[in-house]
Write a protein that binds this ligand. Sequence first.
Ligand code: NAP
Ligand code: MG
Length: 489
Amino acid sequence: MDETTSKLAFDTDWQYDPAPESTDHIRIDEQYELFIGGEFVAPKEGRYFDSINPANEQVLARVAAAGKDDVARAVKAARKAYQTSWSTLKPAERGKYIYRIARVLQERAREFAVIETLDGGKPIRESRDIDIPLAAAHFFYYAGWADKLEYAFPGKQVAALGVAGQIIPWNFPLLMAAWKIAPALACGNTVVLKPAETTPLTALKLAEVIRDAGLPPGVVNIVTGAGDTGAALVDHPDIDKIAFTGSTAVGRSIQKSLAGTSTKYTLELGGKAANIIFADAAIDEAVEGIVNGIFFNQGHVCCAGSRLLVQESVADEVIRKLKDRMESLIVGDPMDKNTDIGAINSPAQLAKIEDYLRIGQAEGGEMYQSSATLPTTGYWCRPTLFTGVSQSNRVVQEEIFGPVLAIQTFRTLEEGLDKANNTPYGLSGGVWTDKGAKIFKMTRAIRAGVIWANTFNKFDPASPFGGYKESGMGREGGLHGLDAYLELS
Ligand code: NAP
Ligand code: MG
């Protein structure tokens, strides 16, 4: 497309007709209790909080806030289940239960997708095509390992750890629950899971599935609440392992609390990934990959490609194409099947993103946003990019966790690599080039746990995921994900 045709295409004032997903087939209760010992029970202190829909600010449900006593009760139920049923069950039987969860999730996928979108604000297309199918895939994958653990680690004795405390964030609520629960159960552990305060509903629906699948009471316990509920879980003395996914700041405080104790832990933390485009790359495909890498799920993605490093000779072309593509992205009702960018998850997260937009401009960056009209209620941010930023700028160094891309250029491979590695994080990265040799060179030298070549944001349960440096320690997914829930001797 030359300049004239590209302009004409966007001058034509046509729009998609609304195509909202129906909510007729879902049930959200007015109030949810804690899931402890196989039953839904009221919180001891009687505290509840609201979970809202960030796209329209309406309350979806009242949800129990677990206090210290409730957490203790959940840990006790998990310990009892570990000792009396789960650890004594034949591994193949454990596998059957996990397969059952996977199948029910698959059967009820539409319902889960709609609730995920209502509670968290992500486009229905993503919850339907990515979050829910991948969550089911994780349960299927780890169900298969339950009776093959000794083959996973030849020559080693394998044993479960005991009770795992698991704390997850709001960006992929059901998927993160699946990443945590499936390998833990396959390895013979029991769990207490704390979902994020703003997105508890699919975890509570999962609790219903787990109950209906007939898992022995107490094998999985779900304690909703805010940060203090998470802290109570971390501080509980009868936990054998803490698995945390969230911010680097909270991860650091957890590490401090657990220092000197025998509790094992894995931390999946923040990121500031760079997509690196070489001049020889297929530019249109790379632009599509970058758009997917940063605007997917409103940029609420730990491995988001929130930086773009583009080789100088193609920088103008890439930036022009990116701006054109941003202009065509539909921002709005997450329940609409055409929507590309949904709601920001919470007012607090929106305020944080807007802070960074001010910081980026104050640091001298040039900000560009699409001209999308935003809904008048709910929390929204237009797709945004910054040019004219340098390596020391905060929008280049810090995780924004929103649809904001920081663009820098480079001349040589070495300069691109230096810039890619020059942040405190090391979770993921992307390389776009026509040359296989460059891919190998770059993927070996980028200090990140996951690197995609000529694609971005692709996941598979068999593939390990995790970070270097301040992006965390330990791996989830694949064989590595089993290791984190076993004692090997
Ligand atoms: P967060 O504030 O660290 O929260 C994560 C979870 O920890 C939530 O359930 C939170 O509860 C809980 N929590 C808060 N304070 C706690 C404390 N003192 N002790 C124990 N638990 C506590 O992170 P977030 O803002 O929800 O999530 C975004 C972050 O997660 C980003 O940095 C992102 O990169 C990271 N992330 C990493 C990965 C990965 O695999 N590496 C994947 C997804 C997200 P409340 O939410 O209820 O306060
Ligand atoms: Mg919510």
